[in-house]
Write a new protein. Structure first.
Length: 282
Protein backbone atom coordinates (compact mmCIF):
# COMPACT_ATOMS: atom_id res chain seq x y z
CA UNK A 1 0.00 0.00 0.00
CA UNK A 2 2.79 2.40 0.89
CA UNK A 3 4.60 1.63 -2.36
CA UNK A 4 1.43 2.38 -4.28
CA UNK A 5 0.94 5.68 -2.51
CA UNK A 6 4.55 6.69 -3.13
CA UNK A 7 4.26 5.76 -6.78
CA UNK A 8 1.07 7.77 -7.10
CA UNK A 9 2.64 10.80 -5.44
CA UNK A 10 5.70 10.58 -7.73
CA UNK A 11 3.49 10.29 -10.80
CA UNK A 12 1.41 13.28 -9.75
CA UNK A 13 4.52 15.38 -9.14
CA UNK A 14 5.92 14.72 -12.61
CA UNK A 15 2.67 14.53 -14.57
CA UNK A 16 2.95 10.78 -15.24
CA UNK A 17 0.10 8.25 -15.27
CA UNK A 18 -0.30 6.54 -11.91
CA UNK A 19 0.64 2.87 -11.60
CA UNK A 20 -2.27 0.51 -11.99
CA UNK A 21 -4.34 3.01 -14.03
CA UNK A 22 -4.63 2.55 -17.83
CA UNK A 23 -4.33 5.73 -19.90
CA UNK A 24 -7.59 6.30 -21.85
CA UNK A 25 -7.19 7.12 -25.57
CA UNK A 26 -9.06 10.22 -26.78
CA UNK A 27 -12.43 9.46 -28.40
CA UNK A 28 -12.41 9.53 -32.21
CA UNK A 29 -14.26 12.46 -33.76
CA UNK A 30 -17.59 11.40 -35.31
CA UNK A 31 -17.57 11.12 -39.10
CA UNK A 32 -19.14 14.06 -40.90
CA UNK A 33 -22.46 13.33 -42.63
CA UNK A 34 -21.43 15.73 -45.42
CA UNK A 35 -19.17 14.96 -48.40
CA UNK A 36 -17.93 17.51 -50.92
CA UNK A 37 -15.90 16.48 -53.98
CA UNK A 38 -14.65 18.15 -57.13
CA UNK A 39 -13.83 16.68 -60.53
CA UNK A 40 -11.97 17.81 -63.62
CA UNK A 41 -11.32 16.16 -66.97
CA UNK A 42 -9.91 16.77 -70.44
CA UNK A 43 -11.60 14.94 -73.33
CA UNK A 44 -10.67 14.73 -77.01
CA UNK A 45 -14.33 15.43 -77.83
CA UNK A 46 -17.59 15.96 -75.91
CA UNK A 47 -20.46 13.64 -76.81
CA UNK A 48 -23.84 14.16 -75.14
CA UNK A 49 -26.03 11.10 -75.59
CA UNK A 50 -23.76 10.17 -78.46
CA UNK A 51 -24.07 13.52 -80.29
CA UNK A 52 -21.01 15.73 -80.89
CA UNK A 53 -21.17 18.97 -78.88
CA UNK A 54 -17.75 20.44 -79.74
CA UNK A 55 -17.46 19.82 -83.51
CA UNK A 56 -14.83 17.16 -82.85
CA UNK A 57 -12.62 19.48 -80.78
CA UNK A 58 -11.38 18.89 -77.19
CA UNK A 59 -13.48 19.68 -74.13
CA UNK A 60 -12.43 20.79 -70.66
CA UNK A 61 -14.99 19.65 -68.10
CA UNK A 62 -15.41 19.81 -64.35
CA UNK A 63 -17.76 20.32 -61.45
CA UNK A 64 -18.62 19.89 -57.79
CA UNK A 65 -20.75 17.37 -55.90
CA UNK A 66 -22.28 17.46 -52.43
CA UNK A 67 -23.72 14.36 -50.76
CA UNK A 68 -25.35 13.71 -47.37
CA UNK A 69 -25.51 10.38 -45.57
CA UNK A 70 -29.32 10.57 -45.77
CA UNK A 71 -28.98 10.06 -49.53
CA UNK A 72 -29.67 13.60 -50.71
CA UNK A 73 -27.19 15.15 -53.14
CA UNK A 74 -26.67 18.20 -55.35
CA UNK A 75 -24.07 19.22 -57.88
CA UNK A 76 -22.90 21.30 -60.80
CA UNK A 77 -21.05 20.20 -63.96
CA UNK A 78 -19.67 22.33 -66.81
CA UNK A 79 -18.19 21.91 -70.30
CA UNK A 80 -17.33 24.01 -73.30
CA UNK A 81 -19.59 23.46 -76.32
CA UNK A 82 -19.78 24.64 -79.94
CA UNK A 83 -22.58 27.00 -80.91
CA UNK A 84 -23.21 24.94 -84.04
CA UNK A 85 -24.53 22.10 -81.88
CA UNK A 86 -27.68 24.16 -81.32
CA UNK A 87 -26.60 26.91 -78.91
CA UNK A 88 -26.61 30.21 -80.85
CA UNK A 89 -23.97 32.57 -79.42
CA UNK A 90 -23.33 30.08 -76.59
CA UNK A 91 -20.08 28.25 -75.85
CA UNK A 92 -20.63 26.91 -72.32
CA UNK A 93 -22.89 24.25 -70.83
CA UNK A 94 -23.73 24.41 -67.11
CA UNK A 95 -25.70 21.56 -65.52
CA UNK A 96 -27.33 21.83 -62.09
CA UNK A 97 -28.82 18.74 -60.50
CA UNK A 98 -30.08 17.31 -57.24
CA UNK A 99 -31.84 14.25 -55.94
CA UNK A 100 -31.86 11.32 -53.57
CA UNK A 101 -29.83 8.15 -53.94
CA UNK A 102 -29.66 5.06 -51.72
CA UNK A 103 -28.27 1.53 -51.89
CA UNK A 104 -29.38 -1.70 -50.22
CA UNK A 105 -26.84 -4.49 -50.59
CA UNK A 106 -26.42 -4.90 -54.37
CA UNK A 107 -29.42 -2.73 -55.25
CA UNK A 108 -29.68 1.02 -55.68
CA UNK A 109 -32.27 3.72 -56.38
CA UNK A 110 -31.69 7.23 -57.77
CA UNK A 111 -34.35 9.91 -58.32
CA UNK A 112 -33.78 13.57 -59.12
CA UNK A 113 -33.90 16.49 -61.53
CA UNK A 114 -31.39 18.27 -63.78
CA UNK A 115 -31.32 21.68 -65.44
CA UNK A 116 -29.12 22.31 -68.51
CA UNK A 117 -28.20 25.97 -68.98
CA UNK A 118 -26.24 27.67 -71.78
CA UNK A 119 -25.32 31.20 -70.63
CA UNK A 120 -25.26 33.78 -73.40
CA UNK A 121 -27.12 31.59 -75.89
CA UNK A 122 -29.77 33.31 -77.98
CA UNK A 123 -31.86 31.91 -80.81
CA UNK A 124 -33.50 34.83 -82.63
CA UNK A 125 -33.68 32.84 -85.86
CA UNK A 126 -33.64 29.15 -85.00
CA UNK A 127 -34.39 26.65 -87.75
CA UNK A 128 -38.13 25.93 -88.12
CA UNK A 129 -39.44 22.76 -86.50
CA UNK A 130 -42.35 21.11 -88.28
CA UNK A 131 -44.91 18.93 -86.49
CA UNK A 132 -48.57 18.05 -86.68
CA UNK A 133 -49.67 21.34 -85.12
CA UNK A 134 -47.53 24.14 -86.45
CA UNK A 135 -44.21 25.32 -87.78
CA UNK A 136 -42.50 27.65 -85.33
CA UNK A 137 -39.14 28.91 -84.10
CA UNK A 138 -37.65 29.22 -80.65
CA UNK A 139 -36.49 32.63 -79.54
CA UNK A 140 -34.33 33.26 -76.50
CA UNK A 141 -31.79 31.28 -74.49
CA UNK A 142 -31.40 27.53 -74.82
CA UNK A 143 -32.08 25.31 -71.79
CA UNK A 144 -33.55 21.96 -70.82
CA UNK A 145 -35.27 20.63 -67.69
CA UNK A 146 -35.54 16.92 -66.92
CA UNK A 147 -36.53 14.62 -64.11
CA UNK A 148 -35.01 11.15 -63.86
CA UNK A 149 -35.53 7.82 -62.18
CA UNK A 150 -32.90 5.10 -62.06
CA UNK A 151 -32.13 1.75 -60.53
CA UNK A 152 -28.94 -0.27 -60.24
CA UNK A 153 -27.81 -3.80 -59.48
CA UNK A 154 -24.12 -4.50 -58.87
CA UNK A 155 -22.35 -3.13 -61.96
CA UNK A 156 -25.53 -2.49 -64.02
CA UNK A 157 -27.73 0.62 -64.01
CA UNK A 158 -30.87 1.70 -65.85
CA UNK A 159 -32.08 5.32 -65.84
CA UNK A 160 -34.89 7.20 -67.61
CA UNK A 161 -34.90 10.98 -68.23
CA UNK A 162 -38.11 12.89 -69.04
CA UNK A 163 -38.19 16.49 -70.30
CA UNK A 164 -40.51 18.84 -68.41
CA UNK A 165 -40.38 21.52 -71.11
CA UNK A 166 -39.32 21.78 -74.74
CA UNK A 167 -36.30 19.51 -75.20
CA UNK A 168 -33.30 21.86 -75.41
CA UNK A 169 -35.76 24.61 -76.39
CA UNK A 170 -36.94 22.91 -79.59
CA UNK A 171 -40.62 23.95 -79.91
CA UNK A 172 -43.36 21.43 -79.06
CA UNK A 173 -40.98 18.69 -77.88
CA UNK A 174 -42.05 18.62 -74.22
CA UNK A 175 -42.22 15.04 -72.99
CA UNK A 176 -39.20 13.79 -74.94
CA UNK A 177 -37.48 10.93 -73.15
CA UNK A 178 -34.10 9.24 -72.98
CA UNK A 179 -33.36 5.80 -71.53
CA UNK A 180 -29.83 4.77 -70.54
CA UNK A 181 -28.58 1.24 -69.80
CA UNK A 182 -24.98 1.27 -68.50
CA UNK A 183 -22.44 -1.13 -67.05
CA UNK A 184 -19.16 -0.49 -65.24
CA UNK A 185 -16.94 -3.35 -64.09
CA UNK A 186 -13.77 -3.22 -61.99
CA UNK A 187 -11.10 -5.59 -63.33
CA UNK A 188 -8.66 -4.93 -60.50
CA UNK A 189 -5.21 -3.32 -60.44
CA UNK A 190 -6.75 0.01 -61.48
CA UNK A 191 -8.32 -1.32 -64.68
CA UNK A 192 -12.00 -1.03 -65.52
CA UNK A 193 -14.36 -1.51 -68.46
CA UNK A 194 -17.63 0.26 -69.14
CA UNK A 195 -20.41 0.12 -71.68
CA UNK A 196 -23.62 1.94 -72.47
CA UNK A 197 -26.60 1.89 -74.80
CA UNK A 198 -29.24 4.60 -74.88
CA UNK A 199 -32.24 5.69 -76.92
CA UNK A 200 -33.74 9.16 -77.43
CA UNK A 201 -37.41 9.63 -78.28
CA UNK A 202 -37.44 13.19 -79.66
CA UNK A 203 -41.14 13.92 -79.42
CA UNK A 204 -42.72 15.74 -82.39
CA UNK A 205 -39.34 16.54 -83.93
CA UNK A 206 -39.13 16.47 -87.72
CA UNK A 207 -37.06 18.79 -89.89
CA UNK A 208 -38.90 17.99 -93.11
CA UNK A 209 -36.55 15.13 -93.98
CA UNK A 210 -35.98 12.91 -90.93
CA UNK A 211 -37.11 12.66 -87.31
CA UNK A 212 -34.75 13.06 -84.38
CA UNK A 213 -35.10 9.64 -82.71
CA UNK A 214 -31.90 7.59 -82.47
CA UNK A 215 -29.94 5.01 -80.47
CA UNK A 216 -26.39 5.54 -79.20
CA UNK A 217 -23.77 3.22 -77.65
CA UNK A 218 -20.36 3.28 -76.00
CA UNK A 219 -17.66 0.75 -75.08
CA UNK A 220 -14.68 1.93 -73.04
CA UNK A 221 -11.72 1.03 -70.86
CA UNK A 222 -10.10 2.99 -68.01
CA UNK A 223 -6.89 2.84 -65.99
CA UNK A 224 -6.42 4.53 -62.61
CA UNK A 225 -2.86 5.83 -62.15
CA UNK A 226 -2.35 7.43 -58.73
CA UNK A 227 -5.84 8.93 -58.80
CA UNK A 228 -5.72 10.07 -62.42
CA UNK A 229 -8.06 8.05 -64.63
CA UNK A 230 -6.97 7.54 -68.25
CA UNK A 231 -9.78 6.49 -70.55
CA UNK A 232 -10.52 5.44 -74.12
CA UNK A 233 -14.05 4.89 -75.43
CA UNK A 234 -15.60 4.04 -78.78
CA UNK A 235 -18.85 5.98 -79.25
CA UNK A 236 -21.41 5.54 -82.02
CA UNK A 237 -25.03 6.24 -82.97
CA UNK A 238 -27.56 5.62 -85.72
CA UNK A 239 -28.59 9.30 -85.62
CA UNK A 240 -29.50 10.77 -88.97
CA UNK A 241 -26.64 13.18 -89.69
CA UNK A 242 -26.05 13.17 -93.43
CA UNK A 243 -24.97 16.58 -94.67
CA UNK A 244 -25.91 15.83 -98.29
CA UNK A 245 -29.04 17.87 -99.11
CA UNK A 246 -32.07 16.17 -100.65
CA UNK A 247 -34.03 17.56 -103.59
CA UNK A 248 -35.63 20.11 -101.25
CA UNK A 249 -32.21 21.27 -100.06
CA UNK A 250 -32.65 19.78 -96.58
CA UNK A 251 -29.92 17.98 -94.64
CA UNK A 252 -30.63 15.49 -91.85
CA UNK A 253 -31.23 16.66 -88.24
CA UNK A 254 -27.78 15.85 -86.82
CA UNK A 255 -25.72 17.56 -89.51
CA UNK A 256 -24.03 20.32 -87.48
CA UNK A 257 -21.94 23.25 -88.63
CA UNK A 258 -18.85 24.71 -86.98
CA UNK A 259 -20.88 27.81 -86.07
CA UNK A 260 -24.56 28.59 -85.62
CA UNK A 261 -24.40 31.37 -88.20
CA UNK A 262 -21.99 31.57 -91.12
CA UNK A 263 -20.81 27.96 -90.82
CA UNK A 264 -18.08 27.02 -93.29
CA UNK A 265 -17.71 23.36 -92.33
CA UNK A 266 -20.29 20.66 -91.57
CA UNK A 267 -20.11 17.24 -89.91
CA UNK A 268 -22.34 14.31 -89.06
CA UNK A 269 -22.65 14.89 -85.30
CA UNK A 270 -23.62 11.27 -84.67
CA UNK A 271 -20.68 9.66 -86.48
CA UNK A 272 -18.70 6.91 -84.74
CA UNK A 273 -15.52 8.07 -83.02
CA UNK A 274 -12.85 7.23 -80.44
CA UNK A 275 -12.67 9.52 -77.41
CA UNK A 276 -9.57 9.77 -75.21
CA UNK A 277 -9.69 11.31 -71.76
CA UNK A 278 -7.85 12.01 -68.51
CA UNK A 279 -9.80 12.92 -65.37
CA UNK A 280 -9.57 13.10 -61.61
CA UNK A 281 -11.89 13.42 -58.61
CA UNK A 282 -10.65 15.30 -55.53
Amino acid sequence: MRKTLLASAFAAAFGLPAAGHAQTAPAAAPASPHTLTANIGLYSSYRFRGIDQTFGRPALQGGFDYAHTSGFYAGNWNSNVNSGAGYPSGNLEMDFYGGWKKTWDDWGLDVGAIYYYYPGSDAPAAAPITNARTTSVHRGGVNNKEIYLGGSWKFLSLKYYHSLGDYFSVPHTKGSGYIDLSASYDLGDGWGVNGHIGHLRFKNYHNGRSNGNYTDWKLGVTKDISGWVIGAAYVGTNAKGSCSPNVAGLVQPYCFGNDWTGATKFKNAGRDTLILSVSRTF
